[in-house]
Design a protein around this ligand. Structure first.
Ligand code: ZN
Length: 291
């Protein structure tokens, strides 16, 4: 009988504990704003995949803000004034027209004061003419004349190539390729495998920009057999900006590659880090050899 009582008590207590954990997770989600609306990529296909992976982590609430389309009349931008201060982190799936000056200023203030920014794939192609944005993103899809380049040599040493020297932005044909962690102790990377084969995807090379204080977390070897640069290109990196944090993930050209277990782990953990400076989302199992 006593054993039965203990069992019932354990059952009740166990249920309460689960409820409490569930309530705790739901009580304090990280507010994330996902921006899209213009892109040379299929943002209508990738935004739902990004939203779903963020929600599945249990750590975020996600609002989606779709900017006016490219051919929208000027007035359409009049109401595009996101209230960034409501969010801990902004995820850009946007590559299009420059935001209104007022909106740029508000975003710079948000970041200076401790905001978070996640750059997803072609979002680093945007806004080359906006200098503070370039400082946030660090390395952008730009010609060699635009800024410095950062690569990692065979020994793992970061190499800086000055503006004007070497290749500018590009990529060869899509293929599956190996990615390698460059800082296993960083909160975003802790617990992930040292390397895995990423899904068939573009491998950006020759990215350019101010690259001030950028810290490389993940690279991929850009093979000459795939029209690459014969060096390790930074695929994932972080950039400080004022009191804010920027996480850049150049992987994930389409809805299939971004959903690869490794890429999605990086997206959600990177978003949490950009928002809070910490990572509590557990490292998932990653498919090491997906071709
Ligand atoms: Zn792409």
């Amino acid at each position: 009988m006593k054993g039965m009582k203990t069992a019932i008590w354990l059952l009740a207590f166990g249920s309460m504990a689960v409820l409490a954990a569930g309530a705790g997770a739901a009580k304090d989600p990280i507010r994330l704003l996902l921006l899209d609306g213009q892109n040379n990529h299929d943002w209508k296909a990738t935004t739902p995949v990004l939203r779903d992976m963020l929600l599945a982590s249990g750590r975020f609430s996600v609002d989606i803000l779709t900017a006016p389309p490219k051919d929208a009349p000027r007035e359409a931008w009049g109401s595009f004034r996101p209230d960034f201060s409501k969010y801990k982190v902004v995820l850009s799936n946007y590559n299009g027209q420059l935001w209104p000056a007022e909106c740029q200023a508000a975003f710079e203030k948000y970041m200076r004061e401790g905001g978070g920014l996640v750059i997803y794939h072609a979002a680093n192609n945007a806004f080359l003419e906006w200098s503070e944005w370039a400082r946030m993103v660090g390395l952008l899809w730009a010609p060699a004349t635009y800024g410095d380049r950062v690569t990692v040599d065979r020994e793992g040493k970061v190499i800086r190539t000055p503006k004007g020297e070497g290749p500018g932005a590009g990529h060869g044909p899509q293929h599956a390729y190996e990615v390698i962690l460059r800082d296993i102790k960083h909160p975003i990377m802790r617990g992930l495998p040292l390397k895995w084969v990423h899904a068939k995807d573009e491998l950006y090379h020759g990215q350019r920009g101010p690259a001030q204080n950028i810290h490389v977390l993940l690279t991929a070897f850009s093979s000459p057999t795939q029209k690459g640069t014969s060096t390790n290109e930074p695929m994932v990196f972080i950039v400080p900006y004022g009191k804010g944090r920027v996480f850049v993930n150049l992987l994930g050209h389409d809805q299939v590659s971004v959903a690869h277990s490794g890429c999605s782990a990086l997206m959600v953990r990177g978003a949490e880090w950009a928002a809070t400076g910490k990572v509590t989302i557990p490292a998932p199992r990653i498919h090491l050899n997906k071709k």
